[in-house]
Design a protein around this ligand. Structure first.
Ligand code: CA
Length: 515
């Protein structure tokens, strides 16, 4: 077995071991360095002697300081490192980097569903919005009936999805931060994949009343339907006698929307209509070497094609805030990023935590020593384009280009907030492996390692592990991803998560108190 190590920056004093199963002590690397420890796959090896207190550099960033002398050839794991302090949010470089404008990427298109508000869907789904968790059981019962009895009659509709969530009552709904879950839910029901066909199931007595969730004017309808009232089935309505009467009402109203959705057809639209959310989960040290850089390459392609790309996960970019503020197109964009970070710092502090609460046992087993190292590998998903806007949690993205959508790193909360932002395609990288999926939007999953792609061959859509083995370049995989996106967006291909109908729950971000 030829020893394979990967160095991210010439100035780094650690490299990671790429070989499946890691490398035993005594292995001689190409440089002549002899391993003094067994180093597991994706873990770091010291390339030089590092003195006590010395910086351990990866991505040319100090990811930690040695707690004791680390001889060259040693396994550098988290127990040997002290984590650096978080970068202050003052005195940051603001819009200092002006990347060379990249040539526009023209001639790429996909087949999508054009909506009345101008957005474009990649799927044609009937979504049933719920004001409150209380109605979830009844709605799900009705959805099963709709799928069995109605959906076969409307073959152009891809699916019927109940937007179940835990919010709506028992919450401090007038607390300032309650705006986040409320607008998240509102904007999800307006996601491009639902064709503007909004129907709501309400209980009746809940705090989040339908008109508060979707005030008049929030749904953009074509002229002849402009004055149409919000379609609400209220379970406590006196007209309902018995459970089946509620179910019948939901099924009846669903058919009105199914008919309209079924009449829609895909049409050719430019790639600029894509609204892509990128995310990672179950990360390992390969995430930042293979899959995330390939996503970053693809992000640049999408930006060049005029599309919208969102990167997120506050705690995973917090340690690279200076890289982000410097790439902002304007001081206002940089200030907005700093504002989001400061808000999140305060949110974590309120819970007596900080960004270091992010890393998991699996991350550490996968070679990521701490959040600084994880963040440096996560941030590369944003590619190298200028950052042209910031989307606050639950808000809708209203511009093209590379956007920072501020969300927690939690896979489900991030995905939910990106859906609210208008995401019509999701890209998700994983090193440890996760079967993550969303019912509302296709999720393309990218494996960081060959071994994972092999074992999870029917769950992973792209194998970026080929970058570590030298079979493919970052650009090869980035282009593969871009082309797959157009195929998936067009409905020509289904992702593995779609084929198996794997999806996770919507999880609303509610920083406000519950009662
Ligand atoms: Ca995540």
């Amino acid at each position: 077995m030829k020893p394979l190590t990967i160095l991210m920056d010439e100035r780094d004093n650690v490299a990671i071991v790429a070989n499946d199963g890691g490398l035993p002590a005594g292995t001689v690397l190409a440089s002549g360095l002899v391993l003094v420890d067994k180093v597991p796959q994706a873990h770091k090896v010291a390339l030089v002697d590092i003195p006590e207190g010395g910086a351990v550099r990866r991505y040319n960033v100090p990811i930690g300081y040695a707690l004791k002398p680390i001889p060259a050839g040693s396994w550098v794991h988290e127990r040997l490192l002290r984590m650096p302090e978080a970068r202050e949010l003052e005195g940051l470089p603001i819009a200092t980097v002006k990347p060379e404008p990249q040539p526009a990427l023209e001639g790429y298109s996909f087949e999508g569903y054009v909506n009345p508000d101008g957005s474009v869907g990649t799927r044609n789904i009937l979504a049933i919005t719920q004001t409150v968790q209380c109605v979830a059981g009844v709605t799900e019962f009705a959805v099963q009936r709709i799928k069995a009895e109605l959906l076969p009659k409307y073959p152009n509709v891809d699916d019927v999805v109940a937007l179940e969530h835990g919010y709506g009552c028992g919450v401090a709904i007038d607390a300032p931060d309650a705006i986040i879950p409320i607008r998240t839910l509102r904007n999800i029901s307006l996601n491009p994949n639902f064709g503007g066909e909004v129907m709501v199931v309400s209980l009746g007595c809940e705090k989040l009343q339908p008109e508060r969730l979707l005030p008049p004017g929030s749904i953009e309808l074509k002229d002849e339907r402009k004055d149409e009232a919000l379609d609400v089935v209220c379970l406590q309505d006196e007209a309902h006698v018995g459970f089946m009467s509620m179910v019948d009402s939901i099924v009846r109203q669903a058919e009105v929307h199914l008919k309209r959705l079924n009449a829609r057809r895909r049409q050719t639209v430019p790639a600029s209509a894509l609204v892509v959310g990128v995310q990672c989960g179950g990360s390992d040290a390969f995430s930042g070497v293979t899959a995330n850089p390939a996503v970053g390459f693809c992000t640049d392609l999408l930006v060049r094609a005029g599309a919208t790309v969102m990167f997120s996960e506050v705690t995973e970019v917090r340690d690279g805030i200076d890289q982000l503020t410097s790439r902002a197109t304007t001081p206002e964009v940089a200030e907005a990023m700093i504002r989001e970070m400061a808000w999140y710092d305060a949110y974590l502090k309120r819970g007596s935590a900080d960004r270091s609460a992010n890393t998991t046992p699996g991350n550490k087993k996968g070679g990521l020593s701490n959040i600084v190292e994880k963040a440096m590998g996560s941030i590369v998903k944003s590619g190298s384009s200028p950052i042209s806007g910031v989307v606050s949690p639950g808000e809708k993205a209203t511009q093209k280009g590379l956007l920072y959508a501020a969300t927690p790193a939690s896979d489900f909360i991030c995905g939910t907030l990106q859906l609210a932002a208008g995401m019509n395609l999701h890209v998700f990288t994983t090193g440890r492996g996760t079967p993550y999926g969303l019912a509302e939007c296709p999720v393309i999953k990218v494996a960081t390692r060959d071994d994972l792609a092999r074992r999870w061959h029917d769950l992973m859509d792209i194998n970026a592990g080929t970058i570590a083995t030298g079979e493919k370049t970052i650009a090869d995989v980035g282009w593969e991803m871009f082309r797959l996106m157009l195929d998936v967006a067009s409905g020509r291909k289904k992702t593995w998560a779609e084929q198996w109908k794997l999806h996770n729950a919507l999880v609303l971000f509610n920083p406000a108190p519950v009662t």
